[in-house]
Design a protein around this ligand. Structure first.
Ligand SMILES: [Fe+2]
Length: 439
């Protein structure tokens, strides 16, 4: 075992003990006046000190953090526990003017107020039957949110589509064996990309007392499926995949040409963060080798999947300019850690040039998931240019034991931040978040 339980309870993984409200935060630099909304994020933050021998990072009570920006000011910072029926700790999103905290594998979404207090557990006004997912992908052409959901007791996974009104529009059940853990999906203009990888529900883990009951399962054949966006289960086309685990996709898109000079190709490209394996040993969080950025190309003519390493440095939490969701993307952003990166920098990949830029926040300063926030949120805006906007993240500073929100100009990624908002407390390392612009 290379990691002890305490790793995910120590340092900035440790929970904070108070809910805080602070107004008029100090800002270094100039907050862009275009930024009107809330920068939200969420992660595990046990309400009571957990037993370090049984704690798993994925099961800690959720706490949501937010900073509200308007008129060039940082109006407030708030952190609040998510008080649902279950542990909900993995993502927080805005849909239809409402705010939802999300988790996978069975816990119901929790609706929050604009100021992050819990309204209650919900099933999207009773339109959701069963589990939801932490990861949604909004099709910029339709405004529909696509997700793939699972539950240990199901013999299938589900493609669930949420409308812009936060009501479920579609639910399709795709049979799969062994109860795989499906953390994320991807979409293209034609397909939902399904991941059926060898981390599956383990009754042995349950009977052994594990609170997180998913384990590496080398007997489960890894595969990736393409389900047409409005297709039936019988329409899924499966591709043999490498033995590995993928929590997160950066993006996916169709690569189709009838031009014989280009070999008349029909492909789907999926960029993923690939872990060599996951939960093969009884660790208390994911730590089984550096995750790297890979391009998986699914060839619909030959029925094969090929892989290409895009960046072999350790990294996670990939994000794009979401106006490009399901469309060819040039840029990707992520958090660097592990092999080949020092401190906790943000990474920006230029996948056309084959280069990556590193923003080092300084010694002892570590970024959480960096988000791209576009200058113009409307993908149909003729002036919308990929990468025109800001990269925003919560950055932990070990020397002060507090966190900042740091805003970079995406097109001056290695330059000095545009603005740094100083928070009175630290924001523990956690999972995901969203920029929710004012309606
Ligand atoms: Fe995730």
């Amino acid at each position: 075992m290379t990691t002890t339980t305490r790793t995910f309870l120590d340092g900035n993984f440790a929970p904070v003990t108070e809910e805080v409200t602070t107004v008029d935060l100090p800002v270094a630099g100039d907050l862009p006046a275009e930024l009107a909304g809330r920068l939200l994020r969420i992660g595990p933050n046990p309400m009571r000190p957990p037993d370090p021998d049984t704690y798993h990072w994925f099961i800690g009570d959720g706490m949501v953090h937010g900073v509200r920006l308007r008129d060039g000011r940082a109006e407030w910072y708030r952190n609040r526990w998510v008080r649902g029926d279950d542990v909900v700790n993995t993502h927080v999103i805005g849909v239809g003017g409402r705010t939802f905290a999300l988790v996978e594998a069975g816990g119901r979404p929790v609706e929050l107020t604009d100021e992050l207090d819990t309204i209650g557990s919900c099933r999207f006004d009773d339109t959701l039957d069963g589990s939801y997912s932490a990861h949604t992908h909004r099709d910029p052409a339709t405004g529909l949110l696509h997700a793939v959901t699972y539950h240990w007791s199901w013999d299938h996974i589900r493609h669930v589509v949420l409308g812009p009104d936060a009501h479920v529009r579609r639910e399709v059940r795709i049979p799969v064996p062994d109860g795989p853990s499906v953390h994320d999906c991807a979409i293209t203009e034609r397909f939902v990309v399904l991941f059926d990888l060898p981390v599956t529900f383990s009754m042995d883990a349950v009977s052994g007392g594990a609170l997180f009951p998913y384990r590496w399962n080398p007997d489960h054949p890894p595969r990736v499926g393409l389900l047409p966006l409005d297709g039936d289960p019988d329409d899924v086309r499966w591709f043999e995949a490498p033995s590995c685990y993928v929590f997160h996709t950066l993006n996916a898109y169709d690569d189709v040409s009838d031009d014989v000079s280009e070999d008349g190709r029909d492909r789907v490209v999926v960029d993923v963060v690939r872990h060599p394996r996951m939960f093969a040993t009884v660790l208390n969080g994911p730590d089984e080798g550096d995750p790297v950025l890979e391009r998986w190309t699914l060839d619909l003519v030959t029925g094969t999947l090929s892989t290409e390493t895009l960046d072999d440095r350790g990294q996670e939490f990939p994000r794009i300019d979401e106006r490009r969701t399901g469309r060819p993307h040039r840029y990707g952003y992520g958090a660097g850690f592990g092999r080949g990166v020092e401190h906790g920098p943000a990474l920006k990949h230029d996948l056309a040039a084959g280069t990556s830029a590193v923003h080092d926040y300084g010694p002892g300063r570590v970024t959480l998931e960096p988000l791209f926030v576009p200058r113009s949120p409307d993908a149909a805006d003729p002036g919308a240019v990929e990468d025109d906007g800001w990269v925003m993240s919560y950055v932990y500073d070990a020397s002060t034991d507090r966190s900042d929100v740091v805003i970079l100009a995406a097109q001056d990624f290695t330059g000095d931040p545009v603005a740094t908002i100083h928070l009175p407390v630290r924001v523990p390392f956690g999972f995901h978040g969203s920029w929710v612009p004012d309606a």
